[in-house]
Design a protein around this ligand. Structure first.
Ligand code: SAM
Length: 261
C-alpha cells in the first residue's frame, strides 16, 4: 500500500506542511482538515469559505458542542492549537465573536497566510505555548492531535486555561467510537481535565471524505508513486485510507473537556 506523504519525523513533517501550504492558491483559505458534510447553507454562501465549506463546517460542529450563549462567547478568550492558515479562527471571529482569539501553528507559510486573512496566528509549537498561565477560556484543535506530542500539548492547554475553561478536540481515531472515548478520556484525565462529552461525528466526516475524494482529477495526471502517495494523503477515491473509512474502521469524535473550576 502507498503511504501518506505526511512523514513521522518532526522536521520532515514540518517541511511537508510548508510545501502543502505553499502549493495552495493565494485566493484559497488554505483549510486542511477532513471536513464535515453537509456544510450549512450560510457557510456555503459565504465567499470567504466557498472553496472549503466542509472544512469550515467541522469547526462549526466543534463550537456547537460548547454550551455557551452569545454573551459568554463575547466575554471569552480563545486559543487554537495547530491553527493552520487560520480559516477556523476566521469562522470563529465572524460567527461567535469572542473577545480575543489567537492561533498557534508551526508552519511559517500558514502563519503568513493567516495574516492575509486578518486573523492572529503565531508561529510556535503546541507543546511550548508562549502564554501566561490561566489566560484562555476555550482552547480547541481541529484534526491535528495525531501530529504532535499530545500529552505535552494537553499539559500546556491545561496550564494556559482558566479554571472552568473548556478544551475541544475534533479528531479521527482508528477504532470504534467507544475506543476513541476511552482513549481521549485517558489522555485528558492525565493532563487534569474532566471529560464532559464525546460526540460521534463519524458520518459527517465520512461524507466529506467521499465528496472530497471525487474532486481529484489533477492527481490522476501525476506520475505513479507520487500519485499513489497523494491519494493516501488526501483520502482520494481508490485509496486504502478512504476504503478503511468507508468500512467503518475509523471514527471521528468531538471531545469536550473541562478544567475543573
Ligand atoms: C491537518 S492540519 C490541520 C490544520 C487546521 N487545524 C485546519 O483545520 O486547517 C494539521 C496542522 O498541525 C500543524 N502542526 C503539526 N504539529 C504541530 C506542532 N507541534 N505545533 C504547532 N502546529 C503543528 C501542521 O503544521 C498543520 O497545519
Amino acid at each position: 500500500m502507498a503511504r501518506s506523504l505526511i512523514p513521522n519525523t518532526t522536521w520532515a513533517r514540518r517541511l511537508i506542511y510548508e510545501l502543502i501550504y505553499l502549493s495552495f492558491g493565494l485566493n484559497r483559505t488554505g483549510m486542511f482538515n477532513v471536513g464535515f458534510a453537509p456544510a450549512r447553507p450560510d457557510i456555503r454562501a459565504n465567499p470567504a469559505f466557498a472553496d472549503r465549506p466542509n472544512q469550515i463546517q467541522l469547526y462549526a460542529e466543534m463550537f456547537d458542542r460548547l454550551p455557551w450563549e452569545a454573551d459568554r462567547w463575547r466575554r471569552s478568550d480563545c486559543l487554537e492549537l495547530a491553527a493552520g492558515c487560520g480559516g477556523g479562527l476566521l469562522y470563529l471571529n465572524t460567527h461567535r465573536a469572542p473577545r480575543t482569539s489567537i492561533g498557534v501553528e508551526q508552519s511559517n507559510v500558514a502563519v503568513w497566510r493567516a495574516r492575509r486573512l486578518g486573523v492572529d496566528v503565531r508561529q510556535g509549537h503546541v507543546a511550548r505555548l508562549a502564554f501566561e498561565d490561566e489566560q484562555f477560556d476555550c482552547v480547541f484543535c481541529a484534526d491535528a492531535v495525531g501530529y504532535f506530542p499530545v500529552a505535552a500539548a494537553l499539559n500546556e492547554a491545561f496550564r494556559v486555561m482558566r479554571p472552568g475553561g473548556y478544551l475541544l478536540l475534533a479528531e479521527s481515531f482508528h477504532g470504534s467510537r467507544e475506543a476513541a472515548r476511552n482513549h481521549f478520556h485517558r489522555i485528558g484525565e492525565a493532563a487534569g481535565f474532566d471529560l464532559l462529552d464525546c460526540h460521534d461525528a463519524t458520518d459527517g466526516v465520512r461524507r466529506s471524505l467521499v465528496e472530497g475524494g471525487k474532486r481529484s482529477s489533477f492527481v490522476q495526471r501525476l506520475p505513479g508513486a507520487l500519485r499513489d502517495s497523494l491519494k493516501e494523503t488526501l483520502f482520494l477515491e481508490g485509496s486504502e485510507r478512504l476504503r478503511l473509512w468507508q468500512t467503518g474502521a475509523y471514527s471521528f469524535v468531538i471531545v469536550t473537556f473541562r478544567r475543573p473550576p
